[in-house]
Design a binder for this molecule. Structure first.
Ligand SMILES: O=C[C@H](O)[C@H](O)[C@H](O)COP(=O)(O)O
Length: 236
């Protein structure tokens, strides 16, 4: 089974958690886009939902396919967000932001009663950190912020290259007008400590660690789709 088919299968099972009348956060990325396509077919068949997109890219696809949209300002409390991830660990802590949408994704997920993450099995890891951690930063003081992030990471025993994300020969700019640093830490044994340390750096707008947000992962494997709930954290 190819990667796209697995993403469609995960999206299909996640769709069974969506019911008419729901206010939905709609994620970003190639897996979330498969969900949008399936959702659009349900909407065409009469399902009544309203969605808040987590990026301009998702908003454009929803408009093209006829998925009704609103904004988080109009509808600040949502029932459910369905989104993809770059990495998922056994506690369902996620790394997100490979597509640069982490800030809006986190705001939308936090405004939702529940978050379901959809993925193919390649996203399951333990520990997190194989995929570079996206860190959204203010453009002002970029080098000082990068230095402060490096220092904060080093105090936790993390090192590795931290690179400014580029889009061709231009800086990659998020929907919020910020830049992204991609931190190749290799492994992140304590995501909570790293989250706290990154939030303490003034130029950091948000980072791609989603902790205690996803309560269910719908993961497609060649042998079928598995629904995974968070393993209890034994460390504290
Ligand atoms: O910023 C992008 C998002 O966090 C995506 O949900 C994440 O990168 C996963 O994307 P994909 O489904 O394309 O692997």
């Amino acid at each position: 089974m190819d990667a796209r088919t697995l993403k469609i299968e995960a999206a299909r099972v996640a769709l069974s958690h969506v019911h008419s009348g729901m206010k939905l956060g709609i994620g970003t990325g190639s897996t979330a886009e498969e969900f949008v396509r399936l959702l659009a077919a349900e909407v065409a068949g009469g399902m009544e939902i309203i969605g808040v997109p987590t990026s301009e890219r998702t908003a454009a696809l929803c408009r093209e396919l006829g998925v009704p949209l609103t904004t988080l300002d109009e509808m600040p409390h949502l029932d459910l967000t369905i989104d993809g991830a770059d990495e998922i660990d056994p506690e369902l802590t996620l790394v997100k932001g490979g597509g640069g949408a982490l800030l809006r994704e986190k705001i939308v997920a936090a405004a939702s009663d529940a978050m379901i993450v959809i993925a193919d099995e390649s996203k399951l890891v333990d520990p997190l950190g194989r995929f570079p951690l996206p860190i959204e930063v203010n453009r002002f003081g970029l080098q000082a912020t990068k230095l402060a992030v490096e220092t904060a990471a080093r105090t936790l025993g993390l090192d590795g290259a931290i690179a400014l994300r580029m889009a061709g020969d231009q800086e990659f700019v998020t929907d919020g007008g910020h830049l992204i640093l991609d931190a190749s830490f290799g492994r992140i044994p304590d995501p909570r400590a790293l989250s706290t340390a990154l939030h303490a750096v003034p130029g950091v707008v948000e980072h791609g660690l989603f902790i205690d947000m996803a309560r269910l992962a719908v993961v497609a494997r060649a042998g079928g789709v598995e629904e995974i709930t968070p393993r209890t954290n034994q460390r504290s």
